[in-house]
Design a protein around this ligand. Structure first.
Ligand SMILES: [Zn+2]
Length: 452
């Protein structure tokens, strides 16, 4: 048995009074965060001139300063639970730590910017409770939070309630947050779980998250979007066009924007639910699951709806697989970020120079393979793990993460029969090219990051 931390999230049905209380708590958290950030900035400036100045940096330090100043800064502080202010200051302390860790090279990945002020309506409304009366009520339809009281949940809390009743779970914190106009509560819970070393499966499956499908598997199975998600996606496209027509600053633009946010939130929820079902199946029925690398930096910058949607789907897929593979004893492999999973031919290894999002069918100019674009990508991902599995995990483990693979140049190989690619599954046709020599990438070019 191992203790793992996991989250249970429920949509809420608050009364109008409770909505105001929730918004007030989130606002209070933001006020405390911004106040703390301003203090840190001033103190940093003073520190430049006088190194004896103490800059509050940790949560206890920030909280001490807040308690000293709150009567002046926020004379209304008594209206909200003290957890709200603590939550804002905690967020700030974490952001400061992330920033200093990133600067000193203690944490890997992208450089983290210095914390910025949170703006009402622009930043996420959220507030975290760590002490006080945090409960999931026995009727499985209500939860209790400090100061806010008993809230009705939109869905049954039975999964969490059952664990709490059995004594195999303990609530550490509750976070309320708003998405469009819907409120959620997410419980951070310590759960006792038996973690298997392996699920006994040896199969490898490549998964490509998309927009047309929820996902495409290298087995040739397309997991369709839930019907409700399809509807939401259609609405999303329509509203996006509508938004483009609206005059900046106009009231109608505001209305459209609000509608858009609502549909966006709904689509994200529907996809998350669909993915949960899929990732549980994948993690229990396959030994190794391979997914694409997610370019987080590019994700933020891209303003195309299609790209943004498929990126958010991939991010959610990876997040869920990340912990479910641990729970169920399977293995997650994330492709190197230079691995051209969609641009490479899964039959012969030829790489297309440019592939637009509009091209739904991958056509290989070397061997003539015609295959659904997503299936081709999924097959390439599956191949990657087969390769990694053969050459041993240890040597491949996370080492060459950000190294560009070298092209091996031309390698002569006998053309394989077309049915060979991708678990024998075939949707495209291979036309005769009249040549036996093909360009393939060397096997050294395939690097992968193996997680666990
Ligand atoms: Zn080919």
């Amino acid at each position: 048995m191992a203790i793992v931390t996991q989250a249970y999230r429920f949509a809420l049905d608050p009364t109008p009074t409770q909505r105001r209380a929730l918004a007030s708590h989130c606002g209070a958290a933001r006020v405390a965060y911004n106040w703390g950030l301003a203090l840190v900035k001033i103190s940093l400036d003073q520190y430049q001139a006088d190194p004896s100045v103490r800059v509050p940096w940790t949560l206890p330090e920030l909280r001490r300063e807040w308690n000293r100043a709150k009567d002046q800064v926020a004379p209304w502080w008594i209206e909200n639970s003290k957890e709200a202010y603590s939550s804002g200051l905690d967020g700030l302390a974490r952001a400061l730590k992330n920033w200093s860790d990133s600067r000193s090279g203690r944490s890997k990945g992208h450089r983290v910017g210095f914390p910025r002020f949170k703006k009402k309506g622009r930043s996420r409304d959220t507030c975290r409770f760590t002490t006080g009366a945090i409960k999931v009520l026995a009727d499985r339809k209500h939860v209790q939070l400090p100061r806010i009281g008993v809230l009705k949940t939109h869905e049954s809390t039975r999964k969490l309630a059952r664990r709490l009743e059995q004594g195999s779970a303990r609530i550490l914190a509750a976070t309320v947050s708003r998405q469009a106009d819907r409120w959620f509560v997410s419980f951070t819970v310590e759960v006792e779980r038996s973690i298997p070393v392996s699920n006994g499966e040896t199969t490898v499956v490549g998964v490509d998250a998309g927009i047309r499908h929820l996902a495409m598997l290298s087995t040739g199975m397309a997991i369709p979007n839930p019907k409700a998600l399809e509807r939401s996606l259609r609405k999303l496209r329509r509203l996006n066009r509508e938004l483009a027509r609206r005059k900046p600053g106009s009231n109608r633009r505001k209305v459209t924007r609000r509608k858009l946010a609502r549909v966006h939130a709904r689509a994200a929820n529907l996809r998350r639910d669909g993915l949960h079902k899929l990732t549980t199946t994948l993690a229990t029925e396959h030994g190794t699951i391979v997914v694409e690398h997610l370019n987080l930096a590019g994700m933020v910058r891209n303003r195309y709806l299609a790209r943004a949607l498929s990126d958010s789907g991939l991010a959610e897929l990876r997040r869920q697989l990340g912990y479910k593979t641990t729970w169920y004893g399977s293995r997650l492999v994330v492709a190197d970020r230079f691995y051209p999973s969609s641009k490479m031919c899964s039959a012969c290894g030829w790489v297309k120079v440019k592939l637009t999002l509009a091209e739904r069918i991958f056509t290989c100019e070397a061997c003539g393979l015609r295959l659904d674009r997503d299936l081709n990508a999924a097959c390439n991902l599956a191949k990657l793990a087969q390769h990694v599995a053969q050459s041993g995990w240890e040597t491949q483990n996370a080492s060459g993460a950000d190294r560009k693979p070298q092209l091996a140049g031309r390698v002569a190989t006998k053309r394989e029969p077309s049915s060979q690619h991708c678990n024998g599954h075939e949707t495209g046709t291979v036309e005769s090219q009249g040549s036996d020599t093909l360009t393939v990438r060397s096997s050294q070019a395939l690097t992968a990051q193996a997680y666990r």
